[in-house]
Design a protein around this ligand. Structure first.
Ligand SMILES: [Zn+2]
Length: 392
């Protein structure tokens, strides 16, 4: 349903009120000049309905710039003011009367309608299971990192900012392709402030998930390389103002967090690794906040550890822990030994295996990966699918 359709019922209903008020003989003849009478009940119901319709429109389809906490009082105000204008209108209709008493009934009905919708949504929200990160209090000096599967992550800091990275939660999951036939997240369970995208491959920039994240919160901001930005604007309804492009070497503020974009592949390409345009704009991210630096590799070139400039760009931000894409046999990404070398040269304290536990043909055994780390190198840290850690 296109969002503006929510505004049709209240507008039609307001038109109907106007038409009925223009009639010299309304369908229900009102007793006149009584403070308490059956007509007060009609006014109460009439404006109760109007405010319910307005509130539903505001809740579901208020423009993205409109402050969410004002929708309730605004819906009530519009209904109350329309009631006032309706009384003034009736003053000019022969046979009809404008009375304060009628308007007081409109006011009470308007407020009751808004409160009704408010408590309905509040109750419904309680019944929904939210993602564990939503209620998690992250202690100062730490960041919470939830790994869903593949390269999809969510972070939360001590101020409550939630960032998702490469959200990929398709709902059509045939068992010959997907290890898990249920997605690890229902996007509506995790209202998100920022979404970072590393590149525009299907398992990293997923329009289906981006659409649902946007439906959940139109305050979400999306940040990624040009190829991801282009895909968002052509395949989703996300407002242009909420999407920004980032290139390697640039950084952006995510409330109290800072994200630094780094290259995942050498910008000049590498013929020996079969890497050339357009893949050279693929990014990794170092996210810093609360004194913690996290590195998300995106999909790095297989010989990342051999590229001094790529390594030093990441190392410059002093990441403590890296979430690293790798695969033992697939030549596109670092092999296990290449991953260890990459982690060591960047100077990571901890390394987490990523890009796994999603596709049947692209999975690998994290224990086998961990066995490649020497005792004096970065410490391997295996996160179970769809769980979070608080780091450090
Ligand atoms: Zn990938």
């Amino acid at each position: 349903m296109k969002k503006w359709k929510y505004w049709i019922p209240p507008l039609l209903y307001m038109t109907l009120i106007f038409i009925v008020s223009s009639l010299e003989q309304p369908p229900i003849p009102p007793p006149k000049f009584e403070w308490i009478g059956i007509d007060k009940l009609f006014h109460f119901i009439e404006y109760g309905i109007l405010s319910v319709l307005l509130t539903i429109a505001f809740v579901n389809a208020s423009p993205s710039w409109f402050p969410a906490r004002l929708i309730w009082v605004t819906a009530a105000l519009i209904s109350i003011l329309y009631g006032a204008s309706d009384e003034i209108h009736q003053y000019f209709v022969p046979g009809r009367f404008a009375t304060i008493a009628d308007w007081v009934s409109d006011v009470i009905g308007s407020i009751a309608g808004v409160l009704g919708v408010y408590f309905y949504y509040k109750k419904r929200k309680k019944g929904i299971k939210m993602h564990p990160l939503v209620d998690l209090n992250v202690p100062k000096g730490s960041l919470a990192v939830h790994w869903f599967e593949q390269s999809s992550f969510a972070l939360k800091d001590s101020d409550g900012t939630i960032v998702q990275i490469d959200p990929y939660f398709p709902r059509t999951r045939p068992s010959d392709r997907f290890i898990h036939t249920e997605p690890p997240l229902d996007e509506s369970d995790l209202p998100t402030d920022f979404v970072l995208l590393t590149h525009a491959h299907g398992d990293h920039t997923c329009p289906e998930s981006i659409r649902r994240i946007w439906e959940t919160s139109t305050a979400t901001r999306f940040i990624g390389p040009e190829e991801s930005v282009r895909q968002i604007s052509s395949e989703t309804d996300v407002a242009d103002d909420n999407v920004s492009e980032i290139s390697a070497g640039e950084s952006a503020e995510l409330n109290n967090l800072t994200v630094h974009a780094v290259y995942a592949k050498p910008p000049e390409g590498d013929p020996s690794a079969d890497i050339g345009p357009p893949d050279v704009t693929h990014l990794g991210y170092v996210i810093s906040g609360d004194g913690v630096n996290l590195y998300f590799s995106g999909d790095p070139i297989n010989n990342f550890a051999e590229h001094e400039d790529l390594i030093s760009a990441v190392a410059a931000h002093g990441p403590d822990v890296g979430f690293l894409t790798n695969h033992p046999t697939e030549g596109e990404f670092p092999f296990f030994d290449g991953c260890v070398k990459m982690a060591t040269r960047i100077g990571l304290k901890h390394a987490v295996p990523a890009h796994r536990s999603c596709f049947v043909i692209r999975d690998y055994d994290p224990e086998e990966w961990a066995a490649n780390f020497p005792p004096d190198g970065p410490e391997p840290l295996i996160i179970e699918r769809n769980t979070y850690i608080i780091y450090p």
